[in-house]
Design a protein around this ligand. Structure first.
Ligand code: XIL
Length: 451
């Protein structure tokens, strides 16, 4: 299909979808018991990052479709995914996400146009004038393809350094085009899709600090000179080293006072239980307290696919059960769900035994390695568990401890030896030694089942 036809058909679909979105909103107003509908009641969107590769998984898609009103492609719109070689655009995976979102009446955030990371090496090898042209072509290519279909674009991502300097981060764009590359990117973006909100997005800018001050000064300068910018995204990746800042709301508000919208764009908070729930509440309350905070996006549907999966940072566990953090968010959004009701599917106390399994390599040598699989019970106590581990074909396991394996080809199914009984949220682990026989690849851990 030619580019022109594809654009036309994308635009035609978008029109139909706008009508579907209105119907969905009207319907859900009656029972505000999902994240998306509760947020809509507050005039906000509630989104999630989505990976195209998981859309075929029924539980993933059911949770996504039920709960969220906006999606951000987690990797599929990045430069390496969309323009792997100069002038050759590939939109297959990103289109899958956008089409899915539209079929469900969800909005789409665009992420991201100009970023130093996930950038193909050809970009870094261009001279300044070619690089400027390539940057503009890339913006026009992406924004043209999705014209009218993206509510907000992260035009430039992570252009400032961490630490106390407030300086720009070194990147091909910064190093060859200078500070002005950000302004050039925003001006190009405005012309490419005047309907999209244009955001600057960054991390460690969530509280008032040297880095957020530097972004603040840039936005202030853009507003004073008429450089087109509509929003600032606060990634909000939190953990014990980088907790939810106490001046989060104040920081969001000072940006809003410059005349831009603010959005929480990649929220995840490592932890569990009531402490994690309390941190999520702080974030939602901060956004709701700032009129121009137009929406929140969590960086994934389920802990098991999080880019920080060992930190269990999201609202649904690996079995798509609602965590205490989910209930906290829903209630902070004023949702009329029934958090914690044992009768609700997904709530703690619903009687569903569940577990998650994560893999780490604990030792490594030329010819072999030790692997460990950690099993964590969900919201209910469990009395046994089963995990499958698929090894690369060449590899063979010579010993396994704290578990009982049975074999089918290169798939081992492991049940407990002595360690089947786990309290809610508790963990155990089994380990094994494998011979590489020429393959250093990691095994794949399948779904954990429990009873
Ligand atoms: C992450 C994705 O979640 C991972 O799957 C990928 O391997 C690396 O990028 N800041 C951003 C996001 O703006 O694009 C990053 O997403 C997380 C940090």
């Amino acid at each position: 299909m030619s580019m022109t036809l594809r654009r036309l058909s994308r635009a035609a679909t978008a029109g139909l979808v706008a009508a579907a979105a209105l119907t969905a909103a009207a319907h859900s107003a009656e029972a505000a018991d999902t994240l998306g509908s509760a947020a809509a009641g507050q005039g906000r969107y509630f989104g999630t990052a989505v990976a195209a590769s998981h859309l075929g998984e029924a539980d993933y898609t059911a949770t996504l479709d039920r709960e969220f009103s906006s999606v951000t492609p987690e990797n599929e719109m990045k430069w390496d995914a969309t323009e792997p070689s100069r002038g050759t655009f590939t939109f297959t995976s990103a289109d899958r996400i956008v089409d899915h979102a539209q079929s469900q009446g969800m909005d789409v955030r665009g992420h991201t146009l100009v970023w130093h990371s996930q950038l193909p090496s050809w970009v870094g090898s261009l001279g300044a004038s070619d690089l400027r042209t390539a940057m503009k072509d890339h913006i026009n290519g992406l924004m043209g393809h999705y014209k009218g279909e993206i509510h907000s674009w992260d035009v430039v991502n992570e252009a400032f350094q961490d630490g106390g300097s407030g300086a720009r981060r070194s990147s091909p764009f910064q190093d060859k085009l200078g500070d002005g590359f950000i302004e050039e990117a925003f001006r190009t973006a405005r012309a490419a899709d005047p309907a999209a909100k244009l955001c600057y997005n960054d991390y460690n800018t969530d509280g008032v600090n040297a880095k957020s001050n530097a972004v603040y000064n840039m936005v202030k300068d853009f507003k004073s000179r008429g450089v087109p910018i509509d929003c600032v995204g606060f990634q909000s990746h939190f953990n014990s080293n980088s907790p939810v800042p106490s001046d989060y709301r104040k920081n969001l508000q000072r940006f809003a006072d410059l005349g831009v919208d603010v959005q929480i764009t990649e929220l995840d908070i490592e932890g569990s239980g009531s402490a994690q729930a309390a941190d999520y509440t702080k974030v939602v309350e901060a956004c709701l307290a700032v009129d121009r905070c137009t929406g929140m996006t969590v960086w994934g549907v389920t802990d098991k696919y999080s880019w920080r999966s060992s930190g269990t940072p999201l609202l649904f566990d690996g079995n798509y059960q609602e965590k205490p953090a989910y209930d906290a968010v829903l209630s902070a959004l004023g949702g009329s769900g029934d958090p914690g009701d044992p009768g609700d599917p997904g709530d703690p106390g619903d009687g569903t035994a569940s577990c998650t399994a994560t893999y780490t390599r604990t030792a490594d040598w030329n010819s072999g390695y030790n692997g460990q699989v950690t099993i964590t019970a969900g919201d209910e106590p469990i009395s046994t568990w089963t995990v499958t581990v698929t090894l690369p074909a060449q590899q063979s396991v010579s010993s396994l401890w704290n578990g009982t394996p049975t074999w089918n080809g290169n798939v081992m199914t492991v049940k407990p030896s002595w360690n089947g009984t786990l309290a809610a949220g508790a963990s155990t682990a089994f380990g094994f030694t494998a011979a590489k026989n020429g393959s250093d690849a990691a095994p794949t851990v399948g779904t954990c089942t429990a009873s």
